[in-house]
Design a protein around this ligand. Structure first.
Ligand SMILES: Cc1cc2nc3c(=O)[nH]c(=O)nc-3n(C[C@H](O)[C@H](O)[C@H](O)COP(=O)(O)OP(=O)(O)OC[C@H]3O[C@@H](n4cnc5c(N)ncnc54)[C@H](O)[C@@H]3O)c2cc1C
Length: 305
């Protein structure tokens, strides 16, 4: 029986593993891979203490830090498929081929970005196609960029890009933007932003790097092409929380609801941290901090029983 099972291998899970190691909790980390979402990033410039690091190097350093903890066991390869709560309040955590018993669980399984699934998206990912404006907007100084989406994350991407890009097209599938009205008003008043409604993205083209975005104008059914240096796809994220459904409260997007003071979920004995939760800002540093907070609370929980 473990004291704690941590699910994930990104910044949140690794932070949790390091803190659990220092608290000498008998811990198992289960992950299908190490590094988390920003592993695809060429240059991360806001990982505190490191002015510039690639996603790949960040993944390596996270794994190294976790493996340096003598008391932490690691199961890498198979993801968690199910968590069951037993009558005595402990848990059974299952992957495809194994089951493990634990007193507490920390879910740090992050999220995946919704993809457009259009030609060129995979080919140009990291070479003009990006999914994180906070992270990658600075690459577009005096450049022309398209943002695809119409909700809050797309609007925030436009705001992030405003400081850098010379022209921003916002391509939205619907007839009205969906995000926060104040941000909508702000964006509509900006002269370098052009909103194209009823635009269905069809393809991203380029030659080594992105050079064009192709979309159908649903008002006329005509295909249009715009020359751009980059495309930010901001159509939402999907939390990796399916294996916990039915056990604890999630919001309508499947993000796990947590108490922001402790990271506790609505299921006693389960905590969550990082992008899988309903916290508003999704960043490496925030995931790491929230996971540390969770472990300190889990430690108190285990020692007050
Ligand atoms: C392209 C891109 C670039 C980014 N750049 C930056 C940046 O420059 N700066 C910044 O601060 N933030 C950046 N972000 C945001 C940042 O990556 C996330 O906020 C952060 O990775 C969240 O960490 P996490 O540990 O909560 O989840 P994740 O990073 O999503 O990690 C989740 C982990 O859980 C594992 N996992 C998933 N499902 C299961 C399962 N069922 N069982 C076991 N393991 C599972 C995954 O393999 C992964 O290891 C970027 C995001 C993207 C998409």
């Amino acid at each position: 029986m473990y004291d704690l099972i941590i699910i994930g291998g990104g910044p949140a899970a690794v932070s949790a593993g390091v803190y659990a190691g220092r608290k000498r909790l008998h811990t198992l980390v289960i992950t299908n891979s190490f590094g988390g979402q920003s592993v695809v990033s060429n240059d991360i410039q806001n990982w505190i203490g490191t002015p510039s690091i690639s996603g790949f190097e960040l993944a390596q350093s996270l794994e190294k830090h976790l493996r340096a903890q003598p008391d932490i066991q690691i199961e890498e390869g198979e993801g968690v498929e199910k968590i069951e709560k037993k009558e005595d309040g402990t848990f059974v955590v299952s992957t495809k081929s194994k089951t493990f018993e634990t007193k507490t669980v920390l879910i740090a399984s992050g999220s995946g970005r919704k993809r457009l699934n259009v030609p060129g998206e995979n080919e140009f990912e990291g070479r003009g196609v990006f999914y994180c404006s906070i992270c990658d907007a600075p690459l577009f100084g005096e450049k022309t960029v398209a943002v695809v989406g119409g909700g809050n994350s797309a609007l925030e991407a436009v705001i992030d890009l405003m400081k850098y890009a010379s022209k921003i097209y916002l391509l939205h599938h619907g007839t009205e933007l969906k995000g926060d009205p104040i941000t909508q008003e702000k964006i509509k008043s900006l002269s370098k932003v052009e909103i194209i409604y009823q635009a269905e993205t069809k393809e991203i083209k380029g030659d080594g790097m992105v050079s064009e975005i192709v979309f159908t104008d649903l008002k006329t059914n005509e295909e249009r092409t715009i020359a751009v240096d980059g495309v930010f796809i901001e159509i939402g994220a999907v939390p990796n929380s399916m294996f916990a459904s039915g056990l604890l409260e999630m919001n309508k997007y499947g993000a796990i609801v947590v108490d922001a003071r402790t990271q506790a979920t609505t299921c006693k004995g389960i905590w969550a941290a990082g992008d899988v939760t309903d916290i508003p800002y999704k960043q490496n540093n925030i995931s790491v901090g929230d996971a540390a907070k969770a472990i300190l609370n889990i430690y108190e929980f285990l020692h007050s029983r």
